[in-house]
Design a protein around this ligand. Structure first.
Ligand code: SAM
Ligand code: SF4
Length: 334
């Protein structure tokens, strides 16, 4: 499936819910979150139908996200159903990891193969401050559970925010002893929070990947770990745009995702489906296409396909450094 800029689109990110068991400062307000009404959220059967039709059109890989996808009831059954959909080769999950100790084994058995766990700090106090509700020990137990369940790769994603002054070397060190792929993501201006969600994105809070890599490398050399080398031996097979490095002898890698400083729009391969059934051609654009109406209209699959093609045709060439979106990351599906 090609979009109007000639890019192959084969990856669908599905938000299962806008709800979350955490309240990360850059993603959701602390209080007063209005969640989608139950009736507005796609049922699991509706999601399965979209996946079946999208797979028929050329989607081969699906990632479940949110909100926190593991708080959605039936997520394991959904993984199993998507995995069994003809044409779908791989199902992945992005999670804050809190529920993984309870769910990792059943998800693996259902056919989930890869997991990204979001964790922004290794300091328990800072973790509590960033997530407002989270327990650092539970998040770390989630990483352990993911490795034990055999997901491959297991990636740990950290959003880097300058004013948070995170200890980035400690993070990078996690790649030394275990097959963990630690990735640093530039802080993106998504949501009205480029003002209103309590944290207020600002350009001054973005650390460009090149600067961050230099900082990590300097600290790693000072600590006797050595430089970051371009990852040659075990770049984790990915669907995304990270650039990977590794310390000599490390079991995992250190990746950098640079949506702002080195944008990868020209290689964009994805569409997004929000929990309330809108296809979103681009994270940064407020354009949405209503697949829920097509699903609930009683029409046949061609109506759904038309919406998917309309969204495909509307994929912009580039995010053009847009700042702010009407919906926040937890509502879009990060
Ligand atoms: N709750 C799950 C989690 O935290 O992994 C899935 C949804 S969350 C919205 C997906 C990812 O988006 C997380 O890694 C989170 O850190 C990231 N994220 C949220 N807001 C962001 C922002 N403004 N810039 C960069 N990444 C952001
Ligand atoms: Fe929840 Fe993920 Fe947003 Fe944190 S980043 S509030 S865990 S959706």
């Amino acid at each position: 499936m090609k979009d109007s800029h000639g890019r192959t689109i084969d990856y669908l990110r599905i938000s299962l819910t806008d709800r979350c068991n955490l309240r990360c400062i850059y993603c959701m307000p602390e209080e007063g979150v209005t969640s989608l009404a139950h009736a507005d959220i796609l049922t699991l059967e509706e999601i399965e139908r979209v996946v079946r039709i999208a797979a028929d059109m050329g989607i081969t890989r699906v990632r479940l996200t949110g909100g926190e996808p593991l708080v959605r009831r039936g997520v394991t059954d959904l993984v199993r159903a998507i995995r069994a959909t003809p044409g779908i080769e791989n199902v992945a999950l992005t999670t804050n990891g809190i529920l993984l100790p309870r769910m990792a084994d059943e998800l693996a058995a259902a056919g989930l193969s890869r997991v990204n766990i979001s964790l922004d700090t290794l300091d328990p106090e800072q973790y509590a401050a960033i997530t407002r509700r989270g327990s650092f020990d539970e998040a770390m137990a989630g990483i352990d559970a993911a490795l034990e369940a055999g997901f491959d790769p297991v990636k740990v994603n950290a959003v880097v925010v300058r004013s948070l002054n995170q200890d980035v070397l400690s993070f990078a060190r996690m790649s030394l002893d275990r097959p963990l792929h630690v990735r640093f993501i530039e802080y993106m201006p998504v949501g009205a929070s480029a003002g209103a969600c309590g944290c207020g994105w600002g350009k001054q809070d973005v650390i460009a990947s090149d600067e961050l890599r230099a900082t990590i490398e300097e600290q790693a050399c000072a600590a006797g770990i050595g430089p970051l080398l371009p990852a040659a031996r075990h770049t984790p097979e990915g669907w995304g745009p990270a650039q990977y490095y590794e310390f000599e002898g490390a079991k995992g890698t250190v990746g950098f995702i640079s949506p702002l400083s080195r944008h990868f729009c020209s290689r964009c391969n994805r569409l997004r489906l929000t929990a309330d059934g809108k296809i979103r051609p681009c994270l940064f654009s407020d354009d949405e296409f209503d697949v829920r109406a097509a699903l609930r209209s009683g029409a046949d699959d061609s109506a759904v396909r038309d919406v998917l093609y309309a969204a495909l045709g509307a994929k912009p060439d580039d995010h053009h450094d847009k700042v702010g979106t009407e919906r926040g990351m937890s509502q879009i599906g990060g």
